[in-house]
Design a protein around this ligand. Structure first.
Ligand code: NAD
Length: 487
């Protein structure tokens, strides 16, 4: 069987290489985290399928490069429109595959996937320029040239949204692409490949290989034919990819994990602070940007935790396809066990679990209850490791210096949230936080023009606007002398 019917559409379970569907002898099983139902056996790539995809992308590169930003933009515009026309089906497929809320996929995530393609196509046409400047009568012209074949490796927590965040700028820059989506969520990448055909993207420009990270992912990142590797995922995997990339000196861009602080200053509006804190459970806590370490000024901590607990109790945990559900399942049994392990070890250390701390037995399966761990021991793993589940820690502080020391104390630096009622006070904190993105009195406001990425171990490089092109393209300076001309 080469296809599986999901949400009323046929999804091909084979790779998409050089404009064709290609099967592997080996397969891997895909199931839904909602209820464990079977979602297909997908082709499991090894080195030969990966090599075929890179060769196809390399062969297609000159034609795609020659199209220029406008020629590529026309096709990418069509692709964005096709995503928009398929928001409903893409949302249903994604929800079945990774357990994210159907209403969020419909209203936020899938429209954003379309925007990722359209925005970067437009940016390459209209915004990607640098004023020429003079050096002793010579003129410097800066351009962003296509670089070659970009390998894109993506995680499961927002599969199509995170893939298009790379595919958009890579294709708009004139690179050709080999995508390796996460093995737990292959569905939307396959459907997306069909949309690229309808959009008229030439064969070989966009390729997908399905497979296991340590097999297909490893073979891809070791390949000498790549000009770029863009990876979103965990720190341990990033280290392996960095080693593989070092062999060929392939440039890498890494968007990695976090353990972000959520700082509530003594002058904060508590209703706002607790509303924003509840949002840290979004996507069942499987959001890299979540502020998982809640740091609250001691003068308001009792009141904060009372209101926060009341609000969290109202969260509806259940089937992510229901409109009223706030929190769905964890992605996979292995990941669920990992989350439960962190909580069990914290309990063994005597941590105070204010609420949650266990699976939701009424729902069974992969549903872990929203959890708050109060004042864990300093230095304990629950405060330093990314859990990537619905588990938040809360600590108190007595002054700004202490808050900043605690906030900056992990190896991560992806994001931070600051809640304060005073501009100057908030600025004093934000100025001293180490993070790629800081939200003040808000959460998850993300403009495609803004730089996005992590400090410290949360990443290498920045995406968004021209920053994305600085990575995917070869930035070139052409210096033209005033003399020597015969025309
Ligand atoms: P992961 O590192 O286990 O896997 C990510 C991808 O890498 C998958 O496609 C996987 O198959 C592949 N992979 C695994 N081993 C590989 C290898 N040896 N070589 C090449 N590829 C390999 O991460 P995950 O569990 O899928 O995702 C969760 C992580 O992603 C969390 O750490 C989260 O914070 C992070 N994340 C970061 C961002 C961001 O923008 N910074 C966004 C989403 C998720």
């Amino acid at each position: 069987m080469d296809t599986v019917e999901i949400a009323g559409v046929l999804i091909d379970t084979r790779h998409y290489i050089d404009g064709h569907r290609v099967a592997s002898v080996e397969t891997f099983e895909n199931t839904s985290p909602i209820d464990g139902s079977f979602l297909g056996n997908f082709s499991r790539a090894g080195a030969s399928e990966v090599n075929a995809a890179v060769v196809a992308a390399k062969t297609a590169f000159p034609e795609w490069r020659e199209l220029g930003p406008r020629g590529r933009g026309d096709k990418l515009e069509k692709l964005a429109t096709l995503i928009e026309e398929n928001i409903e089906v893409l949302s249903q497929i994604e929800t079945l595959d990774n357990g994210s809320l159907l209403r969020s996929n419909r209203r936020g995530v899938m429209p954003r996937a379309a925007a990722n393609i359209r925005f970067f196509a437009d940016w390459a046409i209209k915004e990607l320029k640098h004023d020429a400047f003079e050096t002793r009568g010579h003129v410097n012209h800066i351009s962003w040239d296509p670089s070659g074949v970009a390998a894109l490796i993506t995680p499961w927590n927002a599969p199509l949204m995170l893939a298009t965040w790379k595919i958009g700028p890579a294709l708009a820059a004139g690179d050709t692409v080999v995508l390796k989506p996460a093995e737990w969520t292959p569905l939307t990448a396959s459907f997306f490949a069909d949309l690229t055909i309808k959009a008229g993207i030439p064969a070989g420009v966009f390729n997908v290989v399905f497979g296991i990270g340590t097999e297909a992912g490893a073979a891809l990142t070791q390949h000498p034919g790549l000009s770029r590797i863009s990876f979103t995922g965990s720190v341990p995997t990033a280290k392996k990819i960095a080693r593989a990339a070092a062999e060929n000196l392939t440039p890498v861009n890494f968007e990695l994990g976090g353990k972000s602080p959520f700082i509530v200053l003594g002058d904060a509006d508590l209703e706002l602070a607790t509303d924003l804190a509840v949002e840290q459970y979004d996507n069942a806590g499987q959001v890299c940007l979540s502020g998982t370490r809640i740091l609250v000024h001691e003068s308001i901590s009792n009141e904060f935790s009372r209101i926060f607990s009341e609000k969290t109790k109202k969260l509806i945990h259940g089937d992510p396809r229901n409109e009223s559900t706030n929190m769905g399942p964890q992605i996979h049994q292995d990941h669920f066990n990992r989350i439960a392990g962190f909580v069990a070890r914290a309990k063994d250390e005597g941590a105070n679990i204010v609420f949650g701390g266990s699976p939701n037995l009424e729902l069974g399966g992969l549903y872990f209850r929203p959890t708050l761990v109060m004042q864990p021991k300093n230095g304990s793993e629950i405060l330093t490791h990314e859990i990537f589940g619905p588990v938040l820690c809360m600590q108190t502080f007595s002054n700004d210096e202490e808050a900043l020391t605690m906030a900056n104390s992990t190896e991560f630096g992806l994001a931070a949230v600051v809640v304060s009622g005073n501009h100057e006070h908030a600025e004093k904190i934000t100025k001293n936080l180490v993070a790629g993105t800081i939200w003040v009195n808000c959460f998850f406001v993300r403009d495609l023009k803004a730089p996005f990425g992590g400090s410290k171990k949360s990443g290498i490089g920045r995406d968004g606007g021209t920053w994305s092109f600085d990575f995917y393209a070869d930035v070139k300076n052409t210096v033209i002398a005033p003399n020597g001309w015969k025309d």
